[in-house]
Design a protein around this ligand. Structure first.
Ligand SMILES: [Fe+2]
Ligand SMILES: [Fe+2]
Length: 297
């Protein structure tokens, strides 16, 4: 059996872990507002090396989903039906981890899970903002509406990022790259890699759409677990909200962002499908690893 393979499922290796720690650090700097730096020559040389490592990782992930992506229809109506069906039959869907979190996990177990998830959270708002650059009008407008919801429609209390931070502060979580499992880092590195490189712009539309399509079911079960563990309602609002709002976001993303793209150019079905599958495979790998770490297998 090759290194990293157990029962047909590839497990992360020490090499993967080192790569994803490097990429996570790179992405942290890449997304942070900065200042001009006298060492910019050296900075660009380091960036170039990291971009090659990132591309090798993303291309391997893309190859791994290409056979299934090829089965996606290329007519807009058929493609949107295929995309919606990922909620039922996509990689990682119906993972038993979430029923367990809803019904059985202890508070320390829930906190461990949330710490991993928060560490692997790449910030939907910034990913959406990067993805919309240069998109056609309908797609750009839908991403803008979604972004405005992420921004609490202008009300700081309604912003989604700070809402998750509020839960993290209440539970005294301390997400750190070093204590995050490789699979969770890989998920964030995939999302940033797709959104930050224009050659993956359509994969990013698919990956963000896959989040909207699949998040509500998981969010509802996490919300149920937090309520059972007596986390006050004002601190668990992030999961209550996404259990409901992302149903609407998914409908709108499919109708207004994806459908017009595939109508205008049938060749875009394939990259959108690849992005969705890459994102869902990352999620599936996280859930397997979380179950292993939590002794659920
Ligand atoms: Fe959100
Ligand atoms: Fe959403």
């Amino acid at each position: 059996m090759p290194d990293g393979m157990i029962a047909g499922v590839r497990r992360s290796t020490a090499h993967d872990n080192a790569l994803h720690i490097r990429l996570a650090a790179f992405n942290h700097c890449r997304m942070a507002p900065g200042l001009p730096d006298a060492n910019w020559h050296e900075g660009i040389a380091i960036q170039a090396r990291m971009l090659v490592e990132e591309a090798e990782f993303l291309e391997a992930s893309r190859r791994a989903v290409s056979a299934r992506a090829e089965t996606a229809p290329s007519d807009a109506d058929g493609f949107v039906r295929w995309f919606k069906a990922l909620e039922r039959d996509g990689p990682g869907q119906n993972d038993p981890l979430f029923a367990w979190l809803a019904e059985q996990a202890s508070l320390p177990e829930m906190c461990w899970f949330l710490t991993q998830e928060i560490s692997g959270e790449a910030g939907f708002d910034d990913l959406a903002a990067l993805t919309q650059v240069g998109m056609p009008v309908f797609t750009k407008l839908e991403i803008a509406r979604n972004y405005w919801d992420e921004m609490g429609r202008g009300n700081p209390k309604g912003m989604h990022g700070p809402m998750l931070e509020k839960l993290s502060v209440y539970l005294k979580l301390a997400p750190k790259i070093e204590s995050t499992v490789t699979e969770s880092l890989a998920l964030a590195n995939t999302m940033v890699g797709l959104a930050a490189n224009r050659r993956y712009a359509y994969q990013s539309v698919g990956a963000l759409g896959a989040i909207e399509q699949t998040a509500p079911g998981r969010a509802a079960l996490v919300a149920q677990g937090l309520k059972r563990l007596e986390v006050p309602v004002e601190n668990r609002h992030y999961f209550d909200l996404h259990a409901v709002l992302d149903v609407k976001h998914a409908e709108a993303w499919n109708a207004e962002a994806i459908h017009p793209l595939v109508t205008a150019n049938a060749a875009l079905a394939r990259p959108i499908a690849e992005g969705a599958l890459m994102r869902l495979e990352c999620g599936a790998a996280c859930f397997r690893r979380y179950r292993a770490e939590l002794g659920l297998m």
